[in-house]
Ligand binder design. Structure first.
Ligand code: HEC
Ligand SMILES: [Cu+2]
Length: 365
């Protein structure tokens, strides 16, 4: 047996062996360098117009995306900025200011309820005054009735106002001595209400549910406005409101207990002048709602103030409301004689200067 190389299938034995080796391979391809690095055009720093156009297109798209993103971010930031801090030129209010505003409105609306429930019977539904001093006048609201003062009056009581220990005005704050019925929150709400601006309309709300109250007949929501005019300026020469409200009515009015009774000094009535009796035993009304006096003849009003440590007087007015005679204010118990010049026949209203709710009619006949 000859040792001949085995025949491999598909090999032609006639072929010379050299031609069979090495095994035939397709020519090696050059590694496609371009796949891994930049294309030759770029390596050659050659920028074909097509390539340039492509680069421009691609980067333009990317720039657009970036630009839009930036615009969105800037818009968001600026909108949020204005939302938070308020747009310029007063277009919108800062969020915090709005929040504080809303809280202030709530305080005023609650204070209104506290006031109507506790204070209106003496100071009037609209603060116009009555048994207690007027509260809604701009000259008083301008600086006399400031936050600290009201707070003190409500904590110390009416004694704080003129030093009258028998003042009708009780202690309201539960911080007072003895403690009053209102807590610090109600005191704050009262102060907010008393000093509320008259440029705003507030809503009357149910005390417990806090939803708006409606007029039972018209069905309209009930509203109120504050008293204080924020633009009010006192006359340049005006004296500031006195610390004690009674000083507004002239000297001798201060309700120091045991003050000496005083009449009109100029009024020395003749012995035979007719006399009209008027007396006061409370701060809500005179004892007489109507009196008569002779017409066309000077007469005397004999006024008796029976109410201890409370100042009263009689002021006679004509139909237009102008003052005809204003008697000196006396602190009870005290008496005074007021001389009145001759009056034509007719009706003349009289009031107590201190308590506008004390009214009556004098008829001259
Ligand atoms: C019983 C009647 C009465 C009631 C109710 C009353 N007050 Fe008074 N108030 C007075 C009198 C009277 C004075 C004057 C004090 C004095 O000189 O004795 C006064 C004084 C004041 C003053 C000071 C006024 C000034 O001109 O300096 C304020 C403010 C005041 N009251 C607020 C209130 C508030 C708020 C309430 C409700 C919580 C209230 N008062 C309830 C009678 C009352
Ligand atoms: Cu009076």
């Amino acid at each position: 047996m000859t040792d001949t190389p085995g025949r491999e299938p598909g090999r032609d034995p006639a072929e010379p062996a050299e031609q069979r080796l090495p095994a035939v391979r397709p020519p090696d391809e050059v590694a496609p360098v371009e796949r891994f690095t930049s294309p030759p055009a770029i390596r050659r720093l050659e920028f074909s117009p097509e390539r340039a156009a492509q680069v421009v297109r691609q980067s333009a798209n990317a720039r657009w995306v970036g630009f839009l993103a930036l615009v969105v971010i800037i818009l968001f930031i600026s909108l949020y900025w204005f939302y938070e801090l308020g747009a310029p030129a007063g277009l919108t209010t800062a969020r915090q200011a709005m929040e504080i505003d809303a809280q202030q409105v709530t305080k005023v609306e609650r204070g209104y309820l506290v006031y109507e429930a506790n204070c209106a019977r003496c100071h009037g539904v609209d603060g116009e005054g009555g048994e207690g001093p007027v509260l809604n006048r701009q000259d008083k609201l301008f600086s006399h009735l400031n936050e600290a003062y009201i707070h003190n009056v409500l904590t110390v009581g009416g004694r704080y106002v003129c030093g009258n220990p028998l003042s009708k005005m009780p202690i309201w704050s539960d911080q007072g001595n003895p403690p009053g019925p209102l807590n610090y929150r109600q005191i704050e709400e009262l102060i907010a209400f008393l000093l509320a601006t008259n440029e705003k309309t507030y809503i009357v709300r149910d005390e417990h549910l806090l939803d708006p109250k409606k007029d039972p007949i018209t069905g309209q929501v009930l509203t109120f406005t504050g008293w204080r005019d924020p633009n009010y300026q006192p006359d340049p020469g005006a004296t500031p409101y006195p610390d004690c409200w009674l000083d507004e009515f002239g000297s001798g009015a201060s309700a120091s207990p045991g003050a000496s009774p005083g009449g009109s000094p100029a009024a020395t009535p003749g012995p035979d002048s007719p006399t009209v009796e008027i007396s006061a035993s409370s701060s809500t009304a005179f004892d007489q709602s109507s009196v008569t006096a002779p017409a066309d003849q000077s007469f005397v009003i004999h006024f008796t103030n029976n109410e201890a440590s409370v100042p009263h007087n009689v002021e006679l007015k004509d139909a237009s409301g102008a003052s005809l005679m204003r008697g000196d204010i006396i602190t009870g118990p005290a008496e005074a004689d007021y001389t009145v010049d001759a009056l034509a026949a007719g009706d003349y209203p009289f009031v107590c200067s201190v308590h506008p709710n004390m009214t009556g009619t004098l008829t001259a006949e």
